[in-house]
Design a protein around this ligand. Sequence first.
Ligand code: PLP
Length: 291
Amino acid sequence: MMTVYLNGQFIPLEEARIPVLDRGFIFGDGVYEVIPVYSRSPFRLPEHLRRLQHSLDGIRMANPHSDSEWAQLIQQLVEQNEGEDQYLYLHITRGVAKRDHAFPSPPVPPTVFMMSSPFPAPPSALLRAGVCAVTADDNRWLRCDIKSIALLPNVLLRQIAVDADCAETLLLRADPNKPGTRFMTEGAASNIFAVSNGTLLAPPKDNLMLPGITYDVILEIARANDIPHEVRHISADEVFGADELLLTSSTKEVLPITRLDGQPVASGEPGPMFGRMHALYQEFKREVMRK
Ligand code: PLP
C-alpha cells in the first residue's frame, strides 16, 4: 500500500482526493519535481529544491515550505513507503478556486501532493543494447526551463516514440539565427548529450530546455575526470552524425541511444563515452550515499 502526502496529511493513496476545481486539474496550473531516493536518502535534494523554487518563481507562486520543511516532509514520506531506492514525485498547484484564468485574488492555499514509488532501475538489457529514439519538431512553449505540470506537448511528443516502439523522442527546434537549420534541445522527458570525436557535447541550459539535475551531474563528472566537453548548441546534422548519443534523467540515469529514426547511431552499439559515464555515475552515487 502506498502512503502519499496531501496538504499536511500522510494518507493511503486510495484515500487521496482533489476537488475538481483544483487549478492543476482545470488549467495544468502548477509545477512538479521528481527526486530519486537512494538508500532512503534523497539524491541532490538542495539542487531539486532550487529548481522547484525556479519553477515556482516562473509561475509567480509562493513556495509553501522552506527547504528544511521540504526535507522533513520528504524524509517522512520515504520512511513510510517501500523500497530502499525510490523515486519521489512532488506536485504543487495554485489551489482550488472558481474557474477563471486569472490568479485567485486573494490567493487560495496551494495544493501540495507527494508520492513515492520503488525506483525503476534501468534494466541491464537496455544498458547493454541501448535504446532507440526518434526525432520530432520541438513545438513546445518558450519556458521549457519551468517544470510545469502542463505536460500535454511532452505527452504527445513522447507518444511518437512509443508508437515507433522506441524509448524517447529527441526534440529539434528551428534555429532563428540560421534559417533552414534545427538544433537539439532535449528529449520529451530527458536531456540528451551527443559525442563527437571523443568530446561530450551538451546543449546550453536556457529557456528551451529543462535544467536537468542529472545533466548537471554528468557535466560535473566530465569536469572532475578531464573528459573533453563543450556546452553549446548541437545542430541536427551533428545529432545525426554523432558517434554516440546519451539520454539522462533522474529515473533513467544514463542510457545509450543506439538507433535514431530507424538508423544505427554510428556502430549501433553503446560507445566508450557511455561506458565511462555510466560507471562514473554509479561511482558518484555510491560516493554521495556514503556521506
Ligand atoms: N527534460 C525534461 C523535459 C524532463 O521531463 C526531464 C525529467 O523528467 C529531464 C529533462 C531530466 O531532468 P532530471 O535529470 O532532473 O530528471
